[in-house]
Unconditional design. Structure first.
Length: 549
């Protein structure tokens, strides 16, 4: 008789035995003793069978899923596997979910492991959330009208209405969301990375009157594959020309774009985020070589208030058709991608030095003479990031170009066009000098940066009218120099790998721009000046990628 039959028949047997025993009042005492002994033996047998079934049930019950962590949500991203079939035994309760602790917070229920993992597992890939939630406030003594990002090249003069008024804004647009996926396959390590913010182009009153309907914007979207000493990247990433903090890496934490809250970072900083392909060779842990082909753009100024060149009168139609004037990027032709090469050296964790070079090619066609013109431009940068004292680092980034103004946040045009349609690259350069110091949970930073745009002047076809950039009589938007001094702090209130972090960030920023030519009517000098104060409350999502060997 098997265990199931014993369980079904045991209650009836016990009942029958007890009923029978009640009829045996006249029986002798030996028979009653024998019946009691038999009843005790049967009860012991039933208990042994019950224990065996309990062990069998525990062995076949569905395993509880591993703690997978949360990705910007309290809802599990990966559902638990369906439970395996088990024997239906109503008298024995099945496995129960962990009870919530006192206070009712299910997120504090006991874990299967000592700590919650900081990533999700999906197949053979680990996925970690990327992002934070920001509330940024900014006050400026001049109403630049540029939101939480400073358009350094278009700070108003004090004879303009906006130069006479201050502004204050709140914004959540700097908040970011994304994820990073890591895995190993066929001897190669791969990373998929994407990141969005909310600084996309948005129009109408939906930003300031009704519901603050900001627009998501793709910042980064790339895949990186490393096998042995060779690394390959494809997608939209920080340009290879962006200064690094360590090695040659596309990961934001390994790049220098400052600690400031201004979403346009620093004047004089070389950076952009654009599509491209990159190959990196790592001959050792202390040295890396890289070569990239990236998105080109024949830029003549005008983006977000930046200065624009003056075209020849007969070739005014080249703006927006053959050259980008800040409004028609996708309609402008480009002969070849931009080529960038870099070498980086990290002899130890305290020293990072890198040298980068840029080559660009410009081409146009004069519809009046049916002539083509081609011109090659380029640039070079030398950057260093040094820990001179424990927890204190000095930063020096330096860039000079002949036709590379676009990489200075578009604050300088790349070229001018002569009256015959030929192309002349504009000299432009930038620098950033500064420090970053950390003491406990407090980070202090300070930077001085500048952008220089050279004068490049030609004559129109009539032989008397000046054209180009920075000539006598040019618009006072034709900047010669833009400088910025800024400092601030980043205070961490608490940080935990399971719960994320809360930070408060403050920044003061002073910016000054000086034109090549100053029109009359600007009281108090030729320079446009702006004071700005930023403050920010940030919650950073928990999450980190595991270490891969």
């Amino acid at each position: 008789m098997n265990s199931k039959m014993w369980l079904r028949r045991a209650p009836a047997l016990v009942t029958a035995i007890l009923a029978g025993s009640s009829l045996l009042g006249a029986a002798d005492s030996d028979e009653i003793s024998n019946l009691k002994a038999a009843l005790a033996a049967q009860q012991k047998q039933i208990e042994m069978l019950q224990q065996s079934i309990n062990r069998l049930t525990a062995a076949t019950a569905p395993a509880q899923p591993a703690n997978l962590g949360n990705v910007a949500s309290l809802t599990p991203v990966i559902p638990a596997p369906a439970p395996a079939p088990t024997m239906a035994i109503p008298a024995i309760p099945g496995p129960q979910a962990a009870a919530a602790p006192a206070g009712g917070n299910p997120c504090e229920a006991p874990l299967d492991t000592a700590s919650a993992p900081a990533y999700l597992r999906l197949g053979g890939v680990c996925i970690a959330p990327v992002g934070f939630m920001d509330l940024t406030g900014v006050w400026r003594n001049e109403a630049t009208g540029s939101g939480i990002g400073t358009n350094f090249a278009s700070i108003p003069y004090n004879n303009a209405v906006t130069g006479r008024l201050s502004e204050f804004r709140f914004s959540m647009q700097n908040s970011r969301l994304g994820f990073r996926a890591d895995g190993n396959w066929m001897g190669a390590h791969f990373i998929g990375y994407n990141e969005f913010d909310f600084l996309g182009t948005s129009g109408g009153n939906n930003l300031g009157v009704t519901n603050g309907a900001v627009v998501p914007r793709a910042r980064l979207y790339w895949v990186d594959i490393t096998k042995g000493k060779i690394e390959f990247l494809a997608g939209q990433s920080w340009s290879l020309l962006t200064p690094g903090r360590t090695g040659i890496s596309p990961l934001p934490g390994n790049l220098f774009y400052s600690q400031v809250m201004d979403v346009n970072y620093l004047t004089g900083l070389t950076w952009t985020r654009q599509p491209g392909l990159r190959v990196v060779y790592h001959p050792s842990k202390t040295m890396a070589f890289a070569f990239a082909v990236e998105q080109p753009n024949q830029y003549i100024g005008g983006s977000s208030g930046a200065p624009a060149i003056t075209l020849p009168s007969a070739l005014a139609a080249l703006a927006g058709t053959q050259f980008d004037n800040g409004s028609n990027f996708l309609t402008t032709p480009n002969l070849a991608p931009d080529f960038i090469a870099k070498i980086a050296m990290d002899p130890n964790s305290k020293v990072h030095v890198e040298l980068a070079g840029l080559e660009r090619t410009f081409k146009d066609w004069n519809p009046n003479t049916n002539l083509y013109f081609t011109k090659v431009g380029g640039g070079v940068s030398l950057n260093a990031n040094l820990e001179v004292v424990k927890n204190i680092r000095l930063i020096s980034n330096n860039y000079w170009s002949d036709g590379g103004g676009r990489y200075l946040f578009g604050q300088a045009p790349d070229v001018i066009i002569r009256s015959d349609g030929s192309i002349s690259p504009i000299h432009a350069g930038g620098f950033n000098e500064g420090f970053e110091a950390r003491e406990g949970k407090t980070l202090i930073f300070g930077y001085w940066g500048g952008t220089y745009v050279g004068r490049d002047v030609s004559l129109d076809a009539n032989g008397t009218t000046l054209i180009g950039y920075g000539f006598h009589g040019a618009s006072n938007s034709n900047n010669r120099m833009i400088q910025e001094v800024t400092f601030g702090f980043n205070q961490t209130f608490w940080s935990n790998p399971r719960y994320g972090a809360i930070n408060f960030i403050g920044q003061y920023q002073y910016t000054m721009r000086s034109p090549w030519y100053w029109t009359t009517g600007v009281a108090g000098g030729k320079d446009a000046k702006d004071d700005a104060i930023y403050f920010d409350v940030r919650y950073t999502l928990p999450g980190a990628s595991p270490s891969f060997n």
